[in-house]
Design a protein around this ligand. Structure first.
Ligand SMILES: [Zn+2]
Ligand SMILES: [Zn+2]
Length: 341
């Protein structure tokens, strides 16, 4: 069976992997689709993401949907044949963060396809994977595997909006119209935002933000763009660039909230800290998600417009081309790998 393994910076290989056996409490899932995430692209292009560096070959991927094949000893979970989405996180359940209900920042979590710990946790870009049954979610009625592949990034977006507080009736700014930024738009809309403004350097990316429900699109590189708001109530930084963070700090109202969601470059980033002080802006981080995964599946089942954010489905044998496509934001939004056959 085939899988996508990153061996180092720029070295992505589609290779034969051993068939997984379900361990105690595990299920084997035949993966149908795996979404290519910004973090997968970072491992490919830079050999790491944020401050996590690759130290051994790793199967990429954490956005997986498929069908249950078999259950291991003592596993009670969805029956073979059930279509499922795979929650990529297994928090430890005993650390202080888990005890406080902040399982997404668990200090000892296992997250599919992540180099945050060593040995790395192998990912989901493989024809079949073995995962704990607790990580499986049967798809709600009416939700197909293809759209369900957005569950993981939509969960990230829902968590970021939750970190912003109550956005109902508010004007929300989103900097960065990649797949995550677009899903933040959808999440903010679902949470009742009154107005959503999105900035990006690329007009093609802004087009996807419009599909997701943005009201106003602004070219980030154009200070004269008529769409720039005088101020906003809440800002979510989804570009992962220091320039985006500074735009958020400049435009959020006094006492407003800025959520940093995009992973910034490794090390330190310059930002307009004095605005934070003099305007009493609250700067909050948002990392992964927890129970938002179930909310994401419900939202995906209810809304067809998400289909417009899936810009390509590429056979796994062409994973290199799929990654190049996903990295070219002028040509793509969310790119899915197809592991069928
Ligand atoms: Zn992702
Ligand atoms: Zn924990």
């Amino acid at each position: 069976m085939l899988g996508c393994v990153i061996h180092g910076r720029g070295d992505l290989r589609v290779e034969e992997l051993p068939e997984p056996e379900p361990g105690p409490g595990q299920a084997v899932v035949a993966v149908r689709h795996g979404g290519v995430c910004g973090s997968d692209l970072h491992y490919w292009r830079h050999g790491g993401v944020g401050d996590f560096r690759l130290r051994e070959p790793m199967v990429l991927g954490h956005e997986a949907v498929g069908t249950v094949v078999s259950l291991g000893a003592g596993a009670t979970g969805p029956a073979p044949g059930t279509p499922v989405a795979v929650h990529p996180a297994t928090p430890c359940g005993v650390c202080p963060e888990c005890a406080q209900g902040r399982r997404n920042v668990c200090r000892d979590t296992r997250y599919l396809g992540s180099a945050a710990r060593f040995p790395h946790v192998q990912g989901a870009f493989a024809a079949r994977i073995a995962v704990p049954v607790e990580q499986l979610r049967p798809l709600p009625a009416g939700l197909g595997l293809r759209r369900a592949a957005l569950a993981e990034p939509l969960s990230v977006a829902l968590h970021a909006v939750r970190r912003a507080g109550d956005v109902a009736g508010r004007h929300v700014l989103v900097t960065g119209a990649g797949p995550i930024g677009c899903l933040v738009v959808a999440a903010a809309r679902a949470a009742g935002a009154a107005r959503i403004t999105v900035t990006d350097l690329l007009p093609e990316a802004l087009g996807y933000a419009a599909v997701a429900g943005a009201d106003t699109l602004v070219r980030a590189g154009d200070p004269d763009d008529a769409g720039w708001p005088p101020e906003v109530d809440v800002a979510v930084e989804a570009s992962g660039a220091a320039a985006g963070l500074n735009t958020c700090l400049r435009l959020v109202r006094r006492g407003g909230v800025v959520v940093q969601l995009g992973m910034l470059p490794p090390g330190s980033s310059p930002f307009a800290g004095n605005l934070l002080v003099s305007r009493e802006i609250e700067l909050r981080g948002a990392f992964r998600f927890d129970t938002e995964f179930d909310e994401a599946l419900r939202l995906l089942a209810a809304r067809g417009e998400f289909d417009g954010l899936i810009s390509a489905v590429v056979p796994v044998r062409e994973a290199g081309a799929a990654f190049a496509l996903a990295a070219d934001r002028a040509r793509s939004c969310k790119v899915l790998l197809d592991f069928d056959g």
